[in-house]
Design a protein around this ligand. Structure first.
Ligand code: BES
Ligand code: MN
Ligand code: ZN
Length: 500
């Protein structure tokens, strides 16, 4: 899918040869509505008859309208133009069109575009027109090939935002693809191959370890989860170096459970298929690296993915087993279904060797987080206020929001064990917080944040499918970090420091 942006007046866009033209109309703009062009005239009539309202998501859909060359014309209200309103306008417009074969679409904004709104337009149109094809014998691939965004003014900032948005879409679609694939089409080995090919295409490094190397590292917790699986585990290490070699990287750690049966503490059968999505954290890391490869920002990023299935088996780890993690801490595995924290804790210890400026783990970690926050915001846990704030801001700005949750030490009480340094589960209360408290024990050597994406990474029911979250949040955070650093190294203060 190709996106471009043009500086155009609506009176000229209506003469374009398009399958569809979507005009995004702001809430109340008398100057715009009182015009004499064909769209203003029809809007006046629709408003007069009460057939169109200035409400976010309201659409007016027409076919072969005289005076407009595009076959379909959809006018959609974006109200005040917030991220959420723009997304719902684009979704409503696409719903009006989606049964038609739309290849080339025009997207005209009647109001001035901000970089943030442009990103939202592009991301939501890509999201709405996405189609999964991999395991279908007669797939219906996306028909949409070209999107021409237009507005009265087009700044350099908007062109940059379009490039970011396009890389974001590529990253989100990598994440969706791997997350949507069934577990027999996305094994740990296949995930590792995907990581390698993303790295190769953008010429950065990717190392893949197997059971032997992971045993040598002493990752007893990760190994315990993999014990019941016939598919061999993989530990994936990706390294994107966009800045000087000495600059401390941001490390992203993605939970890569390619299927979570629960192990011996087996899950109920209903909806167990959705546990193929238990590698959405890993998929989001792959997606971020895809986007980094396209944008090449000046920042260093390491991606770590511990990947395995969680299966019941004669060799599987049993409730009550005690294992030794890479950190040296012993863990009593009281519930084999709390496996995410076990693979993550060893990856968090491994992250220390990069002397990172921050480590962010991303995981479909707890059903409790789904209960707490639903599908709107991911759970954010952090031991570092400025990291937490940066992630929260990145989430709001990218329309991929998160919400900070507490980490009081009292929440760790239930993790006490008689037979090991720590147990892998506490009681039923505050399950997403106790899971984070477990992880925090392994993340004391650097600023750390944990994103619980169990509620946001995929949708259940009729619209079942991966969302590609939180690629948007993470990419926004990383690009903002790269920008901040660029500003710092060119500011007069740092120049004088260098001179002295
Ligand atoms: N992958 C699941 C978490 C999950 C469950 C995400 C349902 C989305 C929907 C995780 O491995 C898990 O099973 N967690 C347990 C932890 C419990 C045993 C303490 C849970 O949430 O039930
Ligand atoms: Mn589990
Ligand atoms: Zn899991």
């Amino acid at each position: 899918m190709n996106f471009e942006i043009q500086k155009r007046a609506l009176s000229s866009v209506i003469r374009d040869e398009l399958d569809a033209l979507i005009v995004l109309w702001p809430s109340k703009d008398d100057a715009l509505v009182s015009g004499q062009d064909p769209i203003a005239v029809l809007l006046q009539a629709a408003l007069r008859h009460g057939d169109f309202e200035h409400k976010p998501g309201a659409v007016l859909s027409l076919y072969a309208h005289p005076g407009v060359k595009a076959r379909h014309l959809v006018i959609a209200c974006v109200a005040e133009g917030t991220v959420v309103q723009v997304r719902s306008a684009v979704n409503a417009a696409w719903t009006a069109l989606k049964s038609s074969r739309i290849k080339r679409i025009g997207l005209h904004s009647a109001a001035d575009l901000s970089p943030q709104v442009l990103q939202t337009l592009v991301a939501s149109l890509a999201d709405a027109s996405y189609s999964y094809t991999s395991t279908l014998s007669k797939p219906k691939p996306r028909t949409l090939k070209q999107v021409v965004v237009s507005a009265h003014t087009v700044t350099a900032g908007l062109r940059e935002a379009l490039a970011h948005a396009q890389a974001l879409v590529a990253g989100v679609e990598v994440a969706k693809e791997w997350a949507n694939r069934p577990a027999n089409h996305s094994t740990p080995t296949m995930l590792a191959d995907a990581a390698k090919s993303i790295a190769k295409a953008a010429s950065f490094k990717c190392e893949v370890m197997g059971p032997k190397e992971v045993a040598k590292l002493g990752m007893g917790a990760f190994l315990a989860v993999a014990k019941g699986a016939a598919e061999p585990l993989r530990f994936i290490v990706m390294r994107y170096n966009g800045a000087a070699t000495g600059q401390p990287p941001v490390v992203l750690v993605g939970k890569g459970i390619t299927f979570d049966t629960g192990g011996i503490s087996i899950k109920p059968a209903a909806e167990m298929d959705e546990m193929k999505y238990d590698m959405c954290g890993a998929a989001s890391v792959l997606g971020v690296f895809k986007a980094l490869g396209e944008l090449k920002p000046a920042i260093n990023v390491v991606g770590l993915i511990p990947a395995t299935e969680n299966m019941p088996d004669g060799l599987a780890v049993k409730p009550g087993d005690v294992v030794t993690s890479m950190s040296g801490q012993t863990i009593e595995i009281l519930n084999t279904d709390a496996e995410g924290r076990l693979v993550l804790c060893d990856a968090l210890t491994y992250a220390e060797r990069f002397k990172p400026e921050a480590v962010i783990d991303i995981a479909t970690l707890t059903g409790a987080c789904v209960i707490a926050l639903g599908g709107v915001r991911s759970g954010l846990f952090s031991s570092d206020d400025s990291l937490a704030q940066a992630l929260q801001l990145a989430g709001d700005a990218s329309g991929d929001a998160c919400w900070r949750m507490p980490l009081d030490d009292d929440y760790a009480d239930g993790l006490k064990s008689r037979y090991a340094d720590v147990a892998n589960v506490a009681g039923r209360q505050a399950g997403s917080v106790t899971a984070a408290k477990f992880l925090q024990r392994f993340a004391s050597r650097y600023p750390w944040a944990h994103l619980d994406i169990a509620g946001t990474a995929w949708k259940s029911g009729a619209a079942k499918g991966a969302t590609g979250r939180p690629v948007g949040l993470l990419l926004h955070y990383l690009l903002a970090r790269a920008n901040e650093k660029a500003v710092k190294t060119t500011s007069p203060r740092s120049t004088s420091t260098r001179r002295s």
